[in-house]
Write a protein that binds this ligand. Structure first.
Ligand code: UDP
Ligand code: MG
Length: 317
């Protein structure tokens, strides 16, 4: 039978953790009874440098029950890094790993379908939300905009898929070979390859507590996603520059002709407009190029993507 590990990154999740643990334990027992997973399967919580009681709760869960394991990072590194830390830590002992959020937004009943797909031979099973009815209007619009923008920029990603997915051991071994520091797992995992499939599910409201993804983090995440996977923005600048140069040639000829014909009048508006327009474009272009240079800078440092302070797990005898 196949050994399953469930990896759950947690940042200040004291309000939801106990309930999440309770429900997932029930689910894991069901899966065991149905002989879908090995008896020594585990749920591993990754504490992403929480400032509340999250790690205490995880530790006591590990203490009480061999089902649970805990990883504590040395500090807060963000959702993607915490998830990667979990995946890379458990993969040696696992046949398949499911990642999900701590807040019970991902429907845990879908895990069973994930496992069945794995047994059919898929290496990666993506959970994709079937609708966004339960999201706030703001989250829904920004998220849709984000996916549209991503595909426009040529980033290959699964529509409406967050980080709820199953990966096989060999898919995780593949992921390990990606050494980049700016993590955007949703864009990286399709690049791993192997056969994959999508399972739709209904995403719930956060069980308790607040979103750990405020607007600022969301924008950073979106920018990271685009600039880590696409050089199209730079291409746009090049094309824009080229078009503007063409126009300026036309304008040059036009101006000379008018000058020779003696039609020159002082054109204040046109000068001011072009001044602002070109100024704006130039600064924007510099900004975009700067983004990429920043990325190169960060990547060239090759800093560790996470540092594990503690890993606790107990195996059944
Ligand atoms: N998370 C994390 N580190 C962070 C921010 C979030 O590990 O710095 C975790 C969080 O505990 C949750 C998951 O990432 O399990 C998704 O976060 P959240 O539910 O707040 O995001 P949303 O669903 O609002 O997009
Ligand atoms: Mg959430």
């Amino acid at each position: 039978m196949n050994k399953l590990y469930v990896v759950i990154p947690c940042y200040n999740e004291e309000e939801v953790l106990k309930e999440t643990a309770k429900r997932i334990k029930k689910k894991m027992n069901e899966l065991r009874k149905k002989k879908l997973i090995h008896g020594d399967s585990h749920v591993v919580f990754v504490n992403d440098g929480s400032k509340d009681k999250t790690w205490e709760i995880i530790s006591s869960l590990v203490e009480k029950d061999t089902l649970f394991g805990g990883i504590s990072l040395s500090r807060n590194r963000g959702h993607q890094n915490a998830l990667l830390a979990g995946l890379m830590t458990v993969k040696e002992d696992a046949d398949m790993v499911i990642s999900m959020d701590a807040d019970l937004q991902d429907d845990i009943d879908v895990m069973e379908q994930f496992i069945l797909k794995y047994q059919e031979g898929y290496d990666i099973v993506y959970g994709a939300r079937s609708s966004r009815k339960k999201d706030s209007f703001f989250k829904r619009t920004t998220a849709i905009l984000f996916y549209k923008l991503m595909s426009f920029m040529g980033v290959e990603s699964v529509y409406n898929h967050a980080d709820y997915r199953l990966m096989s051991k060999r898919a995780l071994d593949g992921l390990e070979q990606f050494q980049e520091v700016n993590l955007f797992l949703r864009g990286m995992i399709p690049l791993v390859g192997y056969s994959s499939t999508v399972v739709p599910y209904e995403r719930n409201k956060r069980f308790a507590g607040e979103s750990k993804y405020p607007l600022k983090k969301m924008i950073n995440f979106a920018l990271d996603g685009i600039t880590s996977f696409s050089v199209k923005p730079i291409r746009f600048i090049t094309i824009l520059g080229f078009l503007i140069s063409l126009i300026s040639v036309v304008m040059f000829v036009y101006t000379i002709v008018r000058h020779v014909l003696g039609y020159t009048i002082v054109g204040w508006s046109s000068i001011i407009i072009s001044l602002w327009f070109l100024g704006g474009i130039q600064i924007l272009s510099l900004g975009i190029i700067g983004e990429y240079i920043g990325k190169i800078y960060m990547e060239s440092k090759k800093r560790p993507r996470f540092i594990i302070e503690e890993y606790r797990i107990r195996h059944k005898k």
